[in-house]
Ligand binder design. Structure first.
Ligand SMILES: Nc1ncnc2c1ncn2[C@@H]1O[C@H](COP(=O)(O)OP(=O)(O)O)[C@@H](O)[C@H]1O
Ligand SMILES: [Mg+2]
Length: 336
């Protein structure tokens, strides 16, 4: 397998602003991607997806976040028609991948996790040939490929064999190739795994411009920071299941919430919970209440409210939040 070279630095910062190109993405209408109850059992018996559902509005920038082995590449493989699903449904801009596979595929440009172009082929030919798979005549594909390569800082290299490119340039070539048919949905599988900081920033800027021009983007990552910096929506996947989903702001607010455990008089927990709607109070047992102290609220506020209602708080102790626990577990596994 053609591993990314270690000379990414040479390519850093060379994504150019470029001219906008338009896609046929219309605002509103069908979701860019709708995944319902997706299941996958590999021939080995591995249950990689246990009922995954996702929805991306058109124009969205969406992160599927999770550690290695969570099932991210399996989701991408099914959506792009490379992997057969065991159950569930997928539609892309309203086109179901079973009923209208060609239309669905036409909407998608995909940048796989591993480099997979012919290293003996010239850069421009790799991009133009890809256009051929979508029925784009060379006469149209050639100038379009030049334009895309220009925007990705690869124009000078267009006549070189792809094997001569640096690791960072190879990644950009993968993006150029994915864009030749002007897809409405660009899917990138771990685009910045093992990429140095400078190159990562350049890629982020390029993707931001692309989405500002109307392209919907789905990326997978195991970096929380990447999702936080780029994306509007995020779904966290672990062991083939979505464990949290929402806007990045909501998910981060949940991740950052502290959970506090309160010991109350026996039987007081139920009434106490009803007094604290802002704290997502959960009754653990009749004398124990768990509160989430989200930003903007304080433990003191909760205790005052309870004492005012005649409910004494015997003890308060911290507990890692459920989501925080999940996410710490996720990232710890992701580092392996
Ligand atoms: N072709 C395959 N055959 C058997 N098991 C697979 C195959 N591809 C992936 N898996 C397994 O499915 C699970 C999910 O893998 P994958 O979708 O690659 O996760 P991620 O991309 O999040 O790292 C893992 O347990 C992995 O070992
Ligand atoms: Mg993967």
């Amino acid at each position: 397998m053609d591993k990314p070279a270690q000379d990414n630095r040479a390519a850093g910062g060379s994504f150019s602003a470029g001219a906008a190109w338009t896609t046929d993405a219309a605002p509103g209408g069908a979701p860019a991607l709708a995944v319902r109850d997706l299941r996958k059992v590999y021939a080995t018996g591995t249950e990689a997806l246990k009922g995954v559902s996702l929805e991306m509005p058109p124009g969205d920038f969406f992160a599927l976040l999770g550690p290695n082995g969570a099932g991210k590449t399996t989701v991408i493989g099914i959506v792009t028609g490379i992997v057969d699903k065991s159950g569930g449904s997928v539609s892309v801009f309203g086109d179901d991948i079973d009923r209208h596979p060609q239309a669905a595929r036409r909407h998608i440009g995909v940048v796989p996790q591993e480099l997979n172009f012919n290293i003996f082929e010239k850069v421009i030919d790799i991009v133009v040939t890809q256009g051929g798979y979508y029925g784009i005549p060379r006469k149209i594909a050639y100038p379009r490929a030049e334009e895309i390569l220009e925007q990705l800082g690869l124009h000078d290299k267009r006549n070189d064999k792809s094997m001569t490119l640096s690791g960072g340039m190879k990644r950009r070539l993968m993006i150029a190739r994915a864009l030749i048919h002007r897809p409405r949905l660009l899917i990138l599988d771990e685009p910045t795994a093992g990429v140095d900081v400078e190159l990562r920033r350049g890629m982020w800027d390029f993707l931001r411009r692309l989405t500002a021009q109307g392209t919907s983007i789905l990326l997978t990552t195991h970096y929380l920071e990447e999702a936080e910096q780029l994306c509007r929506h995020v779904a966290i996947i672990n062991r083939g299941q979505i464990v949290a989903a929402g806007t990045v702001r909501d998910i981060l607010a949940q991740l950052h919430a502290e959970t506090v455990v309160l010991d109350l008089a026996p039987g007081a927990a139920e009434r106490a919970a009803s007094l604290l709607p802002a704290f997502r109070a959960a009754v653990a047992d009749p004398s124990t209440l768990e509160l989430e102290i989200a930003s903007g609220h304080s433990l003191g506020e909760a205790i005052v409210a309870l004492e005012t209602a005649g409910i004494g708080v015997r003890m308060a102790r911290g507990k890692a939040g459920r989501l925080e626990e999940v996410f710490m577990k996720l990232t710890a596994e992701g580092e392996k």
